[in-house]
Design a binder for this molecule. Structure first.
Ligand code: FES
Ligand code: FES
Length: 160
C-alpha cells in the first residue's frame, strides 16, 4: 500500500492506505475527524470542504494521496485553543446556521476567502459561496456572518 505523509490540523500523520482512499474517508474514518460532512459525494454541496495548503477543496472529490506532503486543516482545527475563531463567533451572532450540516464546509470555505481577497460584502461573498449549499436555506445569515468574519480576520491576522 502507498505511504502518505501529511499534516492534519498541525499534527504530522504518516500512514499506509489503499490508493483509492478519498481524503474525506481518511479524515472521517481513519483520523476520526467527523466534522467534515458527506453530503452529496459528488463535489456539489461543499459540506466536505477543508483547506489544503490554505485552499478550499472538496474532500469527497480528492484522493488522500493528492494531499501528499500538504497541510490539511479541518473544522476541528479552526478555533484557537480555548476560544472560537472569528468566523465561528460571527456565525453564532448572525444565526448563520440552522441544522448545522453545511456549517463546517461554510466555515472552511469562508476561511479560505481571506487569502483570496474576496471583499467582505454580500455580493462577492455570495458568489464565492456558490459551491456550498445550505438545505435549510439560511443564506442571509450565512452571508452576513462571513462578511463580518472576514472583516475581523483581516484585522486580526493571527486568528486567520
Ligand atoms: S460531500 Fe463533498 S461536495 Fe458534497
Ligand atoms: S444549516 Fe442546515 S444545511 Fe445549512
Amino acid at each position: 500500500m502507498p505511504r502518505l505523509t501529511l499534516t492534519v490540523n498541525g499534527q504530522a500523520q504518516d500512514l499506509d492506505l489503499p490508493a483509492s482512499t478519498l481524503l474525506l474517508d481518511l479524515l472521517r474514518e481513519q483520523l476520526g475527524l467527523s466534522g467534515s460532512h458527506r453530503g452529496c459525494d459528488t463535489a456539489q454541496c461543499g459540506a466536505c470542504t477543508v483547506l489544503l495548503d490554505g485552499r478550499a477543496v472538496k474532500a469527497c472529490n480528492l484522493l488522500a494521496l493528492q494531499a501528499q506532503g500538504a497541510a490539511v486543516r479541518t473544522v476541528e482545527g479552526l478555533a484557537p485553543a480555548g476560544g472560537w475563531h472569528p468566523l465561528q463567533q460571527a456565525f453564532s451572532k448572525h444565526h448563520g446556521l440552522q441544522c448545522g450540516f453545511c456549517t463546517p464546509g461554510m466555515l472552511m470555505r469562508a476561511c479560505a476567502m481571506a487569502r483570496e481577497d474576496v471583499p467582505a460584502e454580500p455580493g462577492p461573498v455570495s458568489v464565492a459561496l456558490a459551491g456550498n449549499l445550505c438545505r435549510c436555506t439560511g443564506y442571509e445569515g450565512i452571508v452576513s456572518a462571513v462578511c463580518e468574519g472576514l472583516t475581523v480576520m483581516r484585522g486580526e491576522a493571527d486568528h486567520a
